[in-house]
Design a protein around this ligand. Structure first.
Ligand code: GAP
Length: 515
């Protein structure tokens, strides 16, 4: 655990040192759970967005993208259920005065039981070797059985209490499990209360006539209210999808995990409209498609798992998270929800307008059902950053810090380095930059010895270094150094374009995973 905490601290300090993430308004001591993206962070974030956007819209002929406003008519949030039900159950510790999400305290407790069971299973696997049957062991080993059984029971009871809005039972569960304040160990808790997460604001100049508005807590509703606009103007036929990337705002109670849980963040959401009755088939398909998208980035298959929801949101008939192994354990990265026809029907009711599709094959009008895929852009950023940051032991006994970002996402694709700052090498390197900059984000760097420049680019995440030396003047070739393997190879300058493209292109990364 201590090792994981260290890793997380390294990620945060590395993100600052290399211009990825800064605390918002840092000169005023920052603003809690709000962050700014620096020069490298803005590029990485843009590249993640593009990777998602292109795989959704460009690779699917039946998905189009929109960009709806953050401010929406206030009735939107009544219809969606956010005014009445977008709450988190919170609990305060009377001694430490710290506030927590009651459900998260219980979920963390349950996660520890799972970790204990997994530790036992790993130990037994080592002991029994090849023939070990993990499934059988889970069912027969009393200790593992107890851990897993307790975990299941706890999560089911939590889900039941939250569905029934029985907050007294959530408190009772916390007491029965003897859950203590993670920071201080105190078990002196208040009652559990509901807390609405939406930020309010006002539209209009004078106090008496101003309208109360909300900053949108999810981008999805901008898609629902535009469903018919897009369907009609785009002549879309069911099944089809609408994708969107944009800011969302939530007044989170507990926001202590860097950019994992922010008050201002971005979502990449897609609503896929299908025939009623076909939604669960599409739900399974989208689970697979989205997991493949993650796998394409090569951050490690073992870092992902599905978590099927026990407690379903008011709008869903099936839901799962893709969880990622962050430095603080497996947590939700993306949600895939079968949202039924809840949203479109609710908007029909509240607006008085029909939101139906005439299906020419069925010769029938209906309100489509919806599968939603929803991923937090900042959370994806954290997943990429934390899985990429490595401390490597080198053969010569030194260590190097290297940010092994998927090359397709890297802020700078190649650094162009003259070996020395004289003899015409800077001019030749600059000429290479001027040729490549039209197609790739490249950087010229001539400061310090070449070894230090390599290390600096490794730590910043640049996948390729291109060194211009004295031989280059004669043979028009350069040395290319690969970040991950530190291998070097000599190639003609005329082949640079093709090499960078092969290493960093969207098609190279996504092609084998597109479905
Ligand atoms: N439209 C559905 C929806 O908003 P959600 O599970 O509340 O569902 C979807 O959010 C995704 O948005 C999450 O999986 C997560 O990646 C991201 N997200 C949610 N709240 C966040 C926050 N406070 N900070 C950063 N990302 C957040």
């Amino acid at each position: 655990m201590a090792k994981q905490e260290d890793l997380f601290k390294n990620v945060i300090s590395h993100a600052k040192e290399y211009g990825y993430i800064f605390a918002s308004s840092e000169i005023y001591d920052g603003l809690s759970a709000v962050y700014d993206y620096g020069q490298n962070g803005a590029e990485l974030k843009k590249n993640i967005k593009e990777y998602w956007w292109r795989s959704m819209t460009q690779l699917h002929q039946n998905i189009v993208g929109i960009d709806a406003a953050i401010l929406m008519h206030p009735k939107t949030w009544k219809a969606s259920g956010h005014v009445d039900a977008f709450n988190d159950p919170l609990i305060d510790n009377k001694d430490s005065k710290k506030r927590y999400r009651a459900d998260v305290l219980v979920e963390d407790y349950a996660e520890k039981l799972l970790q204990k069971a997994e530790k036992e299973i790993a130990k037994a696997k080592k002991r029994f070797g090849e023939d070990f049957d993990a499934e059988m062991y889970k069912e027969t080993n009393p200790r593992v059985k107890r851990y897993l059984g307790d975990r299941k029971e706890i999560l089911e009871r939590l889900a039941r209490s939250l569905t029934n809005e029985d907050l007294a039972d959530v408190k009772k569960l916390i007491e029965e499990l003897e859950i203590a304040d993670p920071d201080t160990g105190s078990k002196n808790w208040t009652e559990v209360r509901q807390f609405n997460l939406m930020f309010g604001t006002k539209l209009g100049a004078s106090a008496d006539t101003a309208t109360d508005l909300y900053l949108r807590p999810e981008t999805a509703q901008g898609i629902f209210v535009n469903f018919l606009n897009v369907q009609k103007t785009g002549r879309m036929k069911i099944p089809f999808g609408i994708a969107q990337i944009g800011k969302a705002f939530r007044n989170e109670i507990v926001a202590r995990q860097f950019i994992f849980r922010m008050r201002e963040f971005e979502q990449m959401e897609m609503q896929f409209f299908v025939r009623p009755g076909e939604e669960l088939e599409w739900y399974e398909k989208w689970k697979e498609t989205r997991l493949n998208w993650h796998r394409s980035l090569g951050l490690g298959e073992e870092n992902y798992r599905f978590h099927d929801h026990e407690k379903l949101a008011h709008y869903a008939n099936a839901a799962a998270d893709i969880e990622f192994d962050f430095p603080f354990g497996f947590k939700e990265l993306e949600g895939i929800h079968s949202r039924t026809d809840f949203d479109l029907k609710a908007h029909e009711e509240h607006s008085g307008k029909k939101l139906r599709f005439y299906d020419p094959e069925l010769k029938e009008n209906y309100v489509p059902f919806v599968i939603e895929t929803s991923i937090g852009l900042d959370r994806m950023f954290l997943a990429v950053l934390s899985a990429s940051l490595k401390e490597e032991q080198l053969e010569d006994g030194n260590t190097r810090t290297v940010l092994k970002l998927p090359a397709v996402l890297a802020p700078t694709k190649a650094a162009i380095l003259p070996l020395v700052k004289k003899d015409g090498l800077p001019e030749m390197a600059q000429k290479i930059v001027d040729d490549l900059k039209w197609d790739f984000t490249v950087q010229y760097d001539e400061k310090d010895a070449i070894g230090r420049r390599y290390r600096r680019q490794d730590a910043a995440g640049t996948p390729l270094c291109i060194t211009v030396d004295h031989d280059s003047l004669d043979d028009n070739s350069v040395t290319v150094r690969f970040r991950d393997t530190m291998e070097q190879k000599r190639i003609p300058i005329t082949e640079l374009d093709a090499l960078i493209r092969k290493e960093t292109d969207f098609k190279t990364w996504m092609r084998d995973f597109s479905n």
